[in-house]
Design a protein around this ligand. Structure first.
Ligand SMILES: CC(C)(COP(=O)(O)OP(=O)(O)OC[C@H]1O[C@@H](n2cnc3c(N)ncnc32)[C@H](O)[C@@H]1OP(=O)(O)O)[C@@H](O)C(=O)NCCC(=O)NCCS
Length: 133
């Protein structure tokens, strides 16, 4: 763990694809990935030496709505508190930059309730997420 660094930066498209591949997520088109990363509010990358091993970002409207998105830690590095490191950094941004009444949310599987609860997120049964198509 001694060579692990956390940087406030966007990953490259290649790094983002590599991260998504590592956790088996669907791969999107390069130009859409670039557009998405460019329009993100805040990105954090975690590296071991020069290799990206973790990522997380905040997306939203910079004013009233902020969503935590794409928290990824590559498989061999999971369960070593790197996800926690990423979330702490994102929450630091939120605490320093969001107005009190802003909507701050995320979408996650119930298995991760415990992980996100540590950072103040609780699932609200009444406000279920609806996906189009
Ligand atoms: C979810 C994820 C980011 C967590 O990262 P991580 O570095 O493994 O997490 P940490 O080591 O910081 O774990 C912090 C706590 O959350 C718990 N936790 C982490 N992943 C968990 C999982 N998949 N299921 C249940 N609990 C989990 C840990 O047990 C730990 O609990 P503890 O503090 O009581 O020991 C990582 O497993 C991952 O990339 N998963 C695949 C992609 C994904 O699903 N991302 C989330 C999208 S919403």
């Amino acid at each position: 763990m001694s060579n692990i660094t956390v940087t406030e930066r966007k990953p490259t498209v290649e790094e983002y694809i590599q991260l998504r591949n590592s956790v088996g997520w669907k791969i999107l088109q390069n130009d859409n990935i670039k557009k998405g990363l460019d329009n993100s509010i805040y990105c954090v990358c975690v590296e071991d030496q020069d290799n990206i091993i973790g990522f997380g970002r905040i997306v939203g409207d910079y004013g009233t709505v902020f969503y935590i998105q794409d928290i990824i830690v590559k498989q061999p590095y999971q369960k070593q508190k790197i996800g926690t490191l990423i979330m702490k950094k994102l929450m630091e941004y939120i605490d320093n930059n969001c107005i009190d009444d802003a909507i701050i949310g995320l979408i996650a599987i119930s298995e991760l309730d415990k992980f996100y609860k540590k950072f103040g997120f609780t699932y609200n049964q009444d406000n279920r997420f609806y996906r189009y198509k």
